[in-house]
Design a protein around this ligand. Structure first.
Ligand SMILES: Cc1cc2nc3c(=O)[nH]c(=O)nc-3n(C[C@H](O)[C@H](O)[C@H](O)COP(=O)(O)O)c2cc1C
Length: 217
């Protein structure tokens, strides 16, 4: 697959089939992702693969927390929407408006999004990316580069992905089940698998026109 094709094809999938992903392919994808650049080649990332029993335990524990009305708190702080810059708020608002209107009505959209997030997208695999607690902000940037490499490599192997905040809302659960040392923090969980034909997977997000964000001087 050409790189441009992979970049254009990658999109977030919110409902995966039961089809498992082979460990060998996961290893190859992560190995490709390791080619990402990082500050002085510090390579701050580690990847914890949740699948089978461990992923089921995570899904069960998250469901319990949700049932108890706990929202969780990711290691990276979340900022209230009202504090974001106006343009980014407008972009988020437009995305929400469009995804809702992709469905027949609000209830259908709400049901699809809630089920997707409550089931952790029915993911057969989640790759959790961590960095050491002792890291500068630059390592978060590096982990982002690593994550995008990983998702593009997955696309090249015919797999779909979604990076989520949702999957890292309860770090204590993840530390325990995935045996992640306390001196690491969770950046993102990347679901990996094959897509169902559900309506939610047919939405294609938009981007601002390039001439609005590219400033030649
Ligand atoms: C750091 C990060 C966290 C995200 N968390 C969630 C999430 O919790 N739930 C969700 O449905 N999508 C999540 N997304 C996916 C975004 O909504 C998605 O990338 C965006 O709408 C653009 O769509 P695309 O990925 O299909 O191009 C997240 C994306 C990123 C980069």
């Amino acid at each position: 697959m050409e790189l441009q094709e992979a970049i254009n094809q990658r999109r977030s999938v919110r409902e995966f089939t039961d089809k498992p992903v082979e460990r060998d392919i996961i290893t190859k994808i992560v190995q490709l992702a390791q080619r990402a650049p990082s500050w002085v080649n510090s390579q701050p990332w580690e990847v914890y693969c949740a699948m089978g029993d461990s992923l089921q335990q995570i899904k069960d524990a998250y469901r319990e927390q949700d049932a108890a009305g706990n929202h969780g708190q990711s290691d990276l702080p979340v900022m209230g929407r009202e504090k974001w810059a106006a343009q980014t708020q407008a972009n988020m608002k437009q995305w929400r408006h469009e995804i809702v209107h992709h469905f027949a009505n609000f209830d259908e959209a709400h049901e699809a999004m809630t089920t997707a997030s409550d089931t952790l997208y029915h993911s057969p695999v989640i790759l959790y990316v961590t960095i050491p607690q002792a890291s500068p902000d630059w390592s978060i940037f590096d982990a982002g580069l690593f994550a995008e490499n990983l998702m593009l490599a997955a696309t090249d192997y015919g797999l779909d992905t979604i990076p989520t905040y949702n999957s890292v809302r309860f770090p204590a659960i993840l530390h325990q089940i995935l045996k992640v040392p306390e001196d690491e923090r969770f950046i993102v969980g990347i679901s990996l698998g094959y897509p169902t034909t559900a309506k939610i997977n047919t939405y294609r997000s938009k981007r601002r026109p390039v001439n609005e964000i590219l400033h030649f001087n």
